[in-house]
Each structure stands twice: as structure tokens, then as C-alpha cells.
Write a protein that binds this ligand. Structure first.
Ligand SMILES: C[S@@+](CC[C@H](N)C(=O)[O-])C[C@H]1O[C@@H](n2cnc3c(N)ncnc32)[C@H](O)[C@@H]1O
Length: 238
């Protein structure tokens, strides 16, 4: 089904036009409306029969606030006390929220995203955040459209590789936040096991994998370290 697009963006006309050109013929499952605004994007669809809106912008102060909480598992997992981790490959970029946290902590982040609609939207959001905010962490974020496995097979390496595969739906029926439910409707995991193996080769210092708190480790491979949070954990492979 085609997307319904509403372009209200006046400040970044060229970038908004580029976005419209790139996505208008993409077909997506279900009914979707995308509003292009001056400071970000608004997705609208139906989840469990309810109209749901998800706003995304790298200029959102709540994202900044989250980035200020330095005790988070992801930041601890990507911090090596003995040697600095300069560059990170986020192999499953999605909306780029985790990449934003990592970039705000000072890492240079290359983000890989295979789903074209998500990739073009994130590209637009990076562009407007860089144009509006000269000190935005987005200046340290770079997006590559495509399958991360192909990228690693070209021989790319980094200090750390990060994987956040889509989680299976929880047995209890508990649903993740709406930004993740929207991702789950638009996309899927691709080549996750070979990607994990390729990441273990490509990472100079560590691979970090986000998992549901009680899920088995990816490919049942025991991590060297774990950081646990309320519902998720980070498995670290040194
Ligand atoms: C759970 S989401 C990641 C959410 C992300 N950490 C965030 O903060 O928004 C997983 C994403 O990985 C992408 N993905 C899955 N397999 C991939 C692959 N082989 N190469 C590139 N992207 C992939 C999916 O399209 C999806 O957008």
C-alpha cells in the first residue's frame, strides 16, 4: 500500500523534496501517513485498531535529556576503561535513537539500516538536526543505507560493533513502546546470525548486543560481560 505523505516543511524545502522523491513509491504493509515537519517527522498508523502517532526528531529535547543520563547500560557497555572506543558501527540503526546516545557520549557512529523508508527518514532527520544545531551529536553520526552484512563483508572494521535485533513478541503479550511497534510493522531482522559472526571479526575491541532481559544470548554464545536493566540487558563480547 502506498504511503500518504503530507509535506509541511518550509525550513528545509530541498531536503523535504528529496525525502518525498525517495519514498513516495515505496509500498508498505498497512495504512501509513507521514507528515514532514520543520523539526522532524510524524508517523501515523493503526496499532491494535487504534490510531497511533509517533513523532521523531533528533532535535527533541527528551532525546537530549536521555543522553545526559550517563549511567545507562548502553553507554556502560560501550565504554572501555582501559582504551577509548572511538568509532562504533551500529549495525541495526532503526530510528537511530541508540546511535544518538552513543554519539552524544562522544563516539563517532556509522549507522547501517536496510529498510529503505526508515533509512531515508533517518537521513532527513540527520540533515535537519545538523542544519539547526551546530553542536548536535548528529554531526558524529553517518548513515549507510543497506544490509550491514554486505558492509562488513567489504572489510569494514570499528572499535566496537553494536547489534539491536528486533525482539520476538513477549510470551505475556506485553508490547514494546510505540516507536518499536512501528518498527516491527515496517521491518524485520535480516541475516542476524551471520551478521553477529561478521561483527565478532570486524570489532577491534568489542561487540555489544541488546537482548530482552531473560532471552538466551544471541546464537547461545556466552558473553564475556553483561549489563542488566529492568527489561533488557547488554551482552558484551570482548
Ligand atoms: C530493533 S531495531 C533497532 C532500533 C535502534 N537501536 C534504535 O535505537 O532506534 C532493528 C533495526 O535493524 C534493522 N536491520 C535488521 N537487520 C539488518 C541488517 N542485516 N542490516 C541493516 N539493518 C538491519 C531493521 O530494519 C530495524 O530497523
Amino acid at each position: 500500500m502506498p504511503l500518504t505523505l503530507a509535506n509541511h516543511c518550509a525550513w528545509h524545502k530541498q531536503a523535504a523534496r528529496r525525502l518525498v522523491e525517495s519514498i513516495r513509491d515505496l509500498s508498505v504493509e498497512g495504512e501509513w501517513r507521514l507528515e514532514i515537519e520543520d523539526r522532524g517527522l510524524v508517523f501515523e498508523t493503526r496499532l491494535q485498531g487504534q490510531k497511533t502517532r509517533f513523532e521523531h526528531s533528533f532535535l527533541d529535547p527528551r532525546l537530549r535529556q536521555r543522553a545526559m543520563q550517563k549511567n545507562q547500560g548502553l553507554l556502560r557497555a560501550c565504554n572501555n576503561k582501559r582504551r577509548s572506543i572511538d568509532d562504533i558501527l551500529d549495525l541495526t540503526a532503526g530510528w537511530g535513537r541508540d546511535s544518538f546516545l552513543l554519539a552524544a557520549a562522544g563516539h563517532e557512529v556509522t549507522m547501517l539500516e536496510q529498510q529503505p523508508l526508515i533509512a531515508h527518514c533517518v537521513e532527513f532527520l540527520l540533515h535537519i538536526a545538523r542544519s539547526e544545531d551546530p553542536v548536535s551529536p548528529c554531526h558524529r553520526m553517518r548513515l549507510v543505507h543497506g544490509n550491514a552484512l554486505d558492509y562488513l563483508r567489504e572489510g569494514q572494521t570499528a572499535d566496537a560493533c553494536y547489534l539491536d535485533p528486533m525482539f520476538p513478541t513477549h510470551k505475556s503479550g506485553a508490547k514494546p513502546g510505540k516507536e518499536l511497534q512501528i518498527l516491527q510493522r515496517l521491518t524485520e531482522n535480516r541475516d542476524m546470525e551471520p551478521l553477529f559472526e561478521a561483527a565478532l571479526e570486524a570489532a577491534r575491541q568489542r561487540v555489544v548486543v541488546k537482548r530482552p532481559l531473560h532471552a538466551p544470548p544471541l546464537m547461545e554464545r556466552k558473553p564475556s560481560l553483561q549489563y542488566r536493566e529492568k527489561t533488557i540487558r547488554f551482552d558484551i563480547y570482548l
